[in-house]
Design a binder for this molecule. Structure first.
Ligand SMILES: [Zn+2]
Length: 313
């Protein structure tokens, strides 16, 4: 009787030891993951204006973030109809990533309307050097000109890398335990971009095209491309018949093969140019279609493929 109890006790002790050992391993594992505080394992909740910013934030955070995007696929980033569901997302977010340079002024309404006092708005244009800053004072007669410069800066892939480094720093400050991982992810993203820039450069350098809106300045400057003309005489303003006729003349004399526009731009002026000159209407979303790093990089692949095939006809 006594002996049986002893045996049972020995088993109990062994079981207890095993359990103790396992829980020890488990708690060591937890300590490693969580770093300074228990709440640090919570993913960052990020709301962004565009898919491009979501893609870059994803490259930086990997699985450490829940990321939502305001602008729907193939919509014009200059103006957005803010829905109640967007406000709900903003109410639960830690960060709002804005493009800045007056492109997404609507983002301020979202942040204000969310009544989320913890929501931190990050103006991602702080990471880059603006181009196309108007020299004269901006007024309404100049169309939709942005006084701080052209806001389509994510279309230089190297600006994508700068935004990634900037976000790694910002996120690392609130999540010190993950700061190294964010920095390393951003570095790797930058490396991928640097590698692919070699191909994009080989393909894009020296090519010319007509754009619909003042969209592709940063890409053109990065790769020494020539924007031969623009369908919109001023940003956001539709062309007159006479302006289109002048542009047709330029397309013919400069032997331009391609007009690049976004899916949300009107087809009819480009159809006119096509009829008049044989130029090709190429639709390339300048705001990428998904918040994945690869989708961001695919914009430049598309531009390459479109211009290369048009020029080799
Ligand atoms: Zn614009």
């Amino acid at each position: 009787m006594h002996k049986r109890i002893t045996i049972r006790n020995e088993r109990t002790i062994v079981t207890a030891l095993v359990l103790l050992l396992l829980s020890g391993i488990a708690s060591i594992g937890r300590a490693d993951d969580s770093g300074d505080g228990a709440d640090e394992v919570e993913p960052l909740r990020i709301l962004t204006s565009t898919n491009d910013l979501a893609a870059i934030a994803r490259a930086v955070c990997a699985e450490q973030a829940e990321i939502e995007v305001v602008l729907r696929r193939n919509r014009d980033p200059h103006s957005v109809e803010v829905r109640p569901s967007t406000m709900r997302k903003a109410a639960g977010a830690d960060y709002y990533l804005a493009v800045g340079l007056s492109l997404d002024l609507w983002a301020e309404d979202i942040v204000r309307g969310s009544r989320n006092r913890k929501l931190v708005m990050i103006d991602c244009s702080r990471a880059i050097t603006p181009q196309g800053v108007p020299e004269e004072k901006v007024d309404a007669s100049m169309g939709d000109v942005h006084p701080e410069g052209n806001p389509h800066y994510w279309l230089d892939p190297e600006n994508g890398a700068l935004v990634a480094d900037f976000l790694a720093k910002v996120f690392g400050e609130t999540r010190p335990a993950q700061a190294d991982a964010f920095r390393e992810n951003a570095r790797r993203f930058g490396e991928t971009i640097a590698r692919r820039v070699v191909d994009w450069e080989a393909c894009l350098r020296g090519r010319s095209f007509v754009e619909y809106h003042d969209t592709w300045l940063y890409l053109a400057n990065r790769f020494d491309m020539r924007i031969a003309g623009r369908v919109e005489p001023l940003p956001g303003i539709s062309p007159t018949a006479r302006q289109l006729a002048t542009l047709s003349g330029t397309i013919r004399s400069d032997e331009v093969r391609v007009v690049v526009r976004d899916p949300f731009h009107s087809e009819s002026p480009v159809e006119f140019l096509e009829r008049e000159t044989g130029v090709r209407d190429i639709v390339i979303p300048s705001v990428c279609e998904e918040g994945r790093p690869e989708a961001y990089l695919a914009t430049f692949d598309r531009m390459c493929a479109a211009l290369e095939s048009a020029d080799s006809r």
